[in-house]
Design a protein around this ligand. Sequence first.
Ligand code: AHM
Ligand code: MG
Length: 337
Amino acid sequence: MKTLTEFIIQRQSEFPYASGDFTRLLNDIGIAAKIVNREINKAGLGNILGSAGDMNVQGEEQKKLDVFANEHFKAALRNGGQCAAIASEEEEGLIIFDNEISRKAKYVVAMDPLDGSSNIEVNVSIGTIFSIYRRISQDGPACMEDLMQPGNRQVAAGYIIYGSSTMLVYTTGTGVNGFTLDPSVGLFLLSHPQMRIPEGGNIYSINEANYIYFPEGVKEYIKYCQQDDPPTRRPYTTRYIGSLVADFHRNLIRGGIYIYPGTLKQPSGKLRLLYECNPIAFLAEQAGGKASDGFRRILDIKPYELHQRSPLFTGTQSMVETAEGMMQADAGHDEQF
Ligand code: AHM
Ligand code: MG
């Protein structure tokens, strides 16, 4: 089996003028992923579980592993020298690497170092999500404008899922490839080449406990999922882990839809555009699926702040389109959204 490093080097050789910077950047992410994976795997044994005692910028409790993952990805990207700045869920402002090498770097990264934190203590799959852009500013330190690019400008995006096995799944805009970590040799190996979201999926993933706060279109779609219609495999089945990476990964393999809509309490939903919705949307589209906020393509939304939120409907194309149709038909009913 091909290793992740062999695969990205082979891809680089398909672009004769490529300098290798991007290859090194992806490799750095892979190395940090292995360090974080090692810590997650033995989390119950040491003193790494539990709260770090702080809140992040979104007012959410930071876990020790959130902080650990953030520090390790930051260090890998700073030391690698290919990344000029990072936007992270765990840090309020842009982290600018203002040293001689990083000032010349071509790329910036948006990331959620450890997504699904509420699942850390209970041994349920969690993930890391990353999104890579070519920076806009030319010289000197990176700036906010470099991160305020719509998702359709991403040069690569992916996630690491720390599950029953650890996988790194990524796209550079020519399909989606998945690599499984072989812990005995410490290498990511190409196990899932050219991943495609199957049409005709029958899984819907949504936190239905928030039902009363959902827009009418989402309520209607949930009813649709529950109707009896064997030719379309309905009633569908519900699977909701509460870790975006794990829920998306399952639906990517099996076919299905993941929805985190706006709610009466949070009209823009919970997920963050830059480091949750955009990378997942890029992967979904590259696997033949779709990603929308109910009305617009996620990848066409122009960001205006680092931690901006967006509703997310993603997965099998036909399922997302049906849900979008209901959102749009009912748009007038919910003035709050
Ligand atoms: P986090 O970044 O603080 O972990 O929050 C994001 C997570 C997603 O992984 C998951 O899909 C969602 O929050 C679950 O939220 P909820 O508990 O409201 O269903
Ligand atoms: Mg998150």
